[in-house]
Design a binder for this molecule. Sequence first.
Ligand code: PMP
Length: 355
Amino acid sequence: MTIYNFSAGPGMLPPSVLRDVQEEFLSFQGTGMSIVETSHRSARFSDVVTSFKTRLSRLMDIPTNYDILLLQGGATLQFSMIPMNLTRHGRFGYIDTGVWSKKAIADARRFGEVEVLATSVERAMWAPFDSVTSESLDYLHVTLNNTIEGTRYRDLPDVNVPLVADVSSNILAERIDVSRFGLLYAGAQKNIGPSGLTVVIKRQDLAQATDLPSYLDYANHLDLLNTPSTFSIYVAERVLRWMEEEGGVAAMQEKNERSSDIVYDYLDRSDRFRALVNGASRSLTNIPFTTGDVQEDKVFEQFAETNGVVEIGGHRSVGGLRASLYNAMPEAGARRLVDVMRAYEEGKHVSHPDV
Ligand code: PMP
């Protein structure tokens, strides 16, 4: 039975990439040494970094006046690196759309004054303004896709300060117009590769601060400052290669739209399950849902697991159920999830041919 992993992160990676990595693990490019034994300063590894950046630039259509930084510390370290590096007046704008933006706000408060310009109302995405005129803000931060709440931005606010976005759970899953942003950042472990790598895409003229500790200063990461997460970068480069072969971000987005439509359509018709988010703010990648009963959600989670649908528990802060459909999740995974929900609802066994 094929197992479909609906985890919100670390998420499912393409099986063909995992097989290639396994095959090459003992001898990286025929050197007789593993990638995890290879120097980060070697020409071979440097080629991997260059290939990663070239492929990401192509996939996301990143303009030439942006730098790609490969960091560690997860998206979480960016919650402080951003205010530290982008500070000019020490005033930062945030839109509070959920758990992750609240964490970003809490860290930014250590480095200046935070203005929360809008707050989401429960699970509906709410952006009650479309322009920010206050030039005294150093930037405006938004979380483009809220992994826990299952909401996302469709229309960005029009702002005259640099827009900074956490794209951890939607990078490469849907088109993002990089040129509208001053800085984008994402932990790799959902759509890019293994954990341990954080990608920052930053317009070159941004970041004013000086005198920061060496690792925390963006300016020091144009070349490799210290030993990066070599294995994560190596696997991530393979994932980007796979994505290009599959047709790039447009193909990923189309597949993700088909898959999430399959799940949302079922949830909207079901008597037993319902989605927690309605309308235009529904996330493409993270679908929180419930039976309406905490105990029954747990029973279904178990039932799903025995039918090859794993990691569908909601985030520990909110409970319930959640299906994350990142790029490596095939449409067949979405269909399996719906088959399993239908079988549960009808009190039957799962009839999927591949179960
Ligand atoms: N932001 C968002 C939107 C996330 O989904 C996550 C992790 N799930 C984080 C930030 C934190 O990322 P990390 O674990 O890489 O620090």
